[in-house]
Design a protein around this ligand. Structure first.
Ligand SMILES: C[S@@+](CC[C@H](N)C(=O)[O-])C[C@H]1O[C@@H](n2cnc3c(N)ncnc32)[C@H](O)[C@@H]1O
Length: 263
């Protein structure tokens, strides 16, 4: 289950990649714009502000997230739905998926399908975290691999759920798109507030969700204490804050003209 309030704790840091991604989307008057995995909808609203004449839809598989988004009362249609079942209508000129495809196994096949099903000259823009080899995730996998948790957490934490920028560029170029792919490492400076290490607080909003759901209350309390100790070693507190480098991968693809339209 996604908790919108926990997710929004670092909304400034989490929203910046969305803006950096959208800055490379050059659509002027898209007919329809879809934000897949829109979460609490706060960023989707920005799409409606940028393209006020467009039909904007936000889709997310979490009813809790869509409940929060619908309460924004914005000119956006929010609906519960799974990205894997979604198919573009013929007028979807912009498709955005920010920080969602790492949760969707088989997303490479979806990307290829969308590249083919979107209309010509449409924009397909997505961003995924590229930090699965970072100390935070290594610590998470290490603690999860200990005897006590190996069985309840079996299969929950994938080592490499996303590709590299070159993989996505190759995939989408092969599907007939013009591709702009890059990566950025943000150095987040997270203030210490309260007893918990701030990287632990950050991870509770995203990567730790499935772990929490799989453990009972006592197990979760012990797991989080052990992980917190590991994170405190990996990300030491200096001047009341920690440096939390976070690599992200960005892709903006523009679909090509269809062969049947250019005989
Ligand atoms: C890290 S949040 C990102 C939310 C938003 N895009 C943002 O940038 O703030 C990931 C979101 O993806 C959604 N999600 C995960 N798997 C999904 C799927 N198969 N279909 C649709 N949404 C999905 C989750 O419910 C969650 O709201």
């Amino acid at each position: 289950m996604w908790d919108p309030s926990t997710y929004l704790r670092y909304s400034d840091e989490r929203s910046r990649p969305f803006h950096d991604l959208l800055a490379r989307v050059g659509a002027e008057r898209p007919r329809a714009v879809v934000d897949l995995g829109c979460g609490p909808g706060t960023l989707t609203v920005g799409l409606a502000e940028r393209w006020p004449g467009s039909r904007i839809t936000g889709l997310d598989s979490s009813p809790e997230m869509i409940g929060r988004a619908a309460a924004l009362a914005a000119p956006v249609t929010f609906a519960v739905g799974d990205a894997r079942d979604w198919r573009p209508a013929p007028d979807v000129d912009v498709l955005v998926a920010n920080a969602v495809l790492q949760w969707v196994p088989g997303h490479r096949e979806l990307l290829t399908r969308w590249a083919v099903e979107l209309p010509p000259d449409a924009w397909l823009a997505f961003q995924v975290p590229g930090n699965f080899a970072a100390p935070s995730h290594r610590a998470l996998r290490e603690v999860a691999g200990r005897d006590r948790w190996r069985q309840p957490l079996a299969g929950l934490l994938r080592e490499a759920p996303v590709g590299e920028p070159v993989d996505y560029a190759t995939l989408l170029t092969g599907a007939g798109c013009a591709v702009d792919a890059w990566e950025t490492t943000y150095v987040h400076l997270l203030p210490v507030a309260g007893a918990d290490h701030p990287v632990l607080t950050w991870m509770e909003g995203t990567a730790l969700r499935p772990v929490r759901a799989a453990l009972d209350a006592a197990g979760w309390a012990d797991f989080r204490a052990e992980l917190g100790a590991r994170l405190a070693e990996a990300y030491p507190v200096r001047q009341g804050q920690v440096c939390f480098p976070f690599r992200r991968i960005f892709v903006v693809a523009r679909t090509g003209a269809r062969a049947e339209e250019n005989p």
